[in-house]
Design a binder for this molecule. Structure first.
Ligand SMILES: Cc1cc2nc3c(=O)[nH]c(=O)nc-3n(C[C@H](O)[C@H](O)[C@H](O)COP(=O)(O)O)c2cc1C
Length: 161
């Protein structure tokens, strides 16, 4: 099994490195997948951008065995079912790993613009619950939710297959 990751701000990379440390599998940035053989088994770790798992298009034709997505929220956003549907992975084991984010002002380009617009939309909501307030704070101030405990379901799946 080879761990392939796509990471923009480093949170997904942290999980990829932790998983490599725990399993001793080889770890590869998604931009280097051309070095893999067609029959190499792959587990992808990618970050969620508007519900799309980054990097998935580059591993779809490989021997993809499982997909992990990192995101900011407590559970996959918009919802685990939507993420599975939107990324066409219903036949592949899917794991959500809580990642993190830089403060919005440290983001760049389109990502910054998208988060600013998202923040504006969230802040305009009248009935903000505790989870929504948490999301707003994390996006404004930054947050690191990476925790090796979150890899336990992935490790268990790897052990039992
Ligand atoms: C433009 C943008 C869109 C995002 N969309 C989602 C999303 O749809 N669902 C989610 O859970 N997190 C979303 N996030 C949060 C990232 O997935 C999260 O911060 C991730 O851990 C970043 O990983 P990285 O540091 O490896 O790039 C978004 C972040 C950005 C910047």
């Amino acid at each position: 099994m080879v761990i392939v990751y796509e990471s923009k701000t480093g949170f997904t990379k942290k999980y990829a490195m932790m998983l490599a440390e725990r399993t001793k599998y080889k770890v590869l940035n998604v931009k280097d997948v051309s070095s893999l053989n067609a029959d190499d088994e792959v587990i992808l770790l990618g970050w969620l951008k508007a519900g799309k798992i980054q990097g998935i298009s580059k591993v779809r034709k490989l021997n993809l065995k499982a997909v992990c997505a990192t995101g900011l929220a407590r559970t996959a956003e918009p919802s685990p079912e939507t993420v599975i549907e939107r990324n066409k992975i219903k036949d592949i084991p899917f794991f959500y790993l809580r990642g993190g984010c830089l403060p919005v002002d440290e983001l760049k380009g389109m990502d910054k613009l998208m988060i600013k617009m998202f923040l504006k939309m969230l802040k305009s909501r009248r009935d903000k619950d505790e989870e929504l307030i948490e999301s707003i704070t994390h996006m404004e101030k930054g947050y690191d939710g990476v925790d090796d405990k979150n890899l336990e379901p992935v490790l268990k799946w790897l052990e039992n297959r």
